[in-house]
Write a protein that binds this ligand. Structure first.
Ligand code: HEM
Ligand code: HEM
Length: 180
């Protein structure tokens, strides 16, 4: 057990809210993607997909604001781990940011390739409409990146829980809103 409370300070509130808002939105996006095809073909499915697209765009804006905030004003805390574990944690954090950016870009491209209808209001004119292979490949890429993000986020969350419940070192606490 590591009982050193290396972390007496928390992240600043915007950093904390950005973190949890992005995490929750990613999970919601994954959940919606699993049920889109359960909606009857036609308007109900278009609407479910449009919710996924809208929240995906919100995620893009939130992510851009989060990255700007972290780069310019966010509180920098000492690393939570040492040595190899520290490098691993840092790599996973950067990988999550990078994959989320790619996810949003590929998602937008997917809408363009599919020529999706948005809530019945308008349709995006499809890029290369007869190219089914492109459509399938971009869709598959989008799905694969989602799976990788989920696996990495799962490992990352497990590390947070190990810090909290096994090592009792306050690392999870500094990503939670609180007094100091
Ligand atoms: C999709 C879900 C998640 C994503 C994309 C995500 C992403 C990230 C990123 C990119 C950072 C680095 C923040 C920075 O310094 O800029 C971070 C930090 C952190 N995350 Fe997550 N996270 C997710 C879920 C979780 C969960 C479920 C937990 C808790 C069980 C958690 C606990 C933490 C903690 C404690 C830190 C701070 C680590 C430190 O101080 O070194 N995260 N997260
Ligand atoms: C982290 C954010 C996101 C996650 C986790 C996510 C996840 C998924 C998954 C798992 C699928 C199913 C892929 C497959 O069929 O194999 C999907 C489909 C799709 N996603 Fe996303 N997505 C995200 C962001 C976005 C964004 C930003 C957009 C566009 C702005 C978008 C647009 C779409 C579209 C159009 C589909 C096709 C839906 C259908 O097949 O009916 N996604 N998404």
């Amino acid at each position: 057990m590591r009982s050193d409370p290396l972390v007496s300070k928390r992240y600043d509130l915007p950093t904390i809210w950005f973190h949890w808002a992005v995490a929750i939105l990613v999970l919601i996006q994954w959940g919606i993607a699993q049920v889109i095809d359960l909606f009857p073909a036609g308007m109900p499915r278009v609407e479910a997909r449009s919710v996924h697209i809208s929240l995906g765009l919100c995620l893009g804006v939130l992510l851009a604001a989060q990255i700007l905030w972290r780069a310019k004003w966010g509180r920098v805390l000492p690393p939570a781990d040492k040595g190899l574990l520290q490098s691993l944690a840092k790599t996973v954090h950067y990988a999550l940011y990078a994959l989320l950016i790619v996810m949003v870009l590929v998602g937008i491209f997917l809408v363009y390739v599919r020529g999706d209808n948005f809530f019945g209001l308008f349709s995006v004119s499809a890029f290369d409409p007869n190219n089914k292979a492109l459509r399938d490949n971009v869709g598959e890429l989008h799905g694969t990146i989602a799976t990788i993000i989920l696996i990495l986020a799962g490992l990352h969350a497990s590390a947070g829980l190990i810090h909290h419940y096994l090592w009792h070192d306050g690392v999870l606490r500094r990503m939670l809103p609180g007094a100091n």
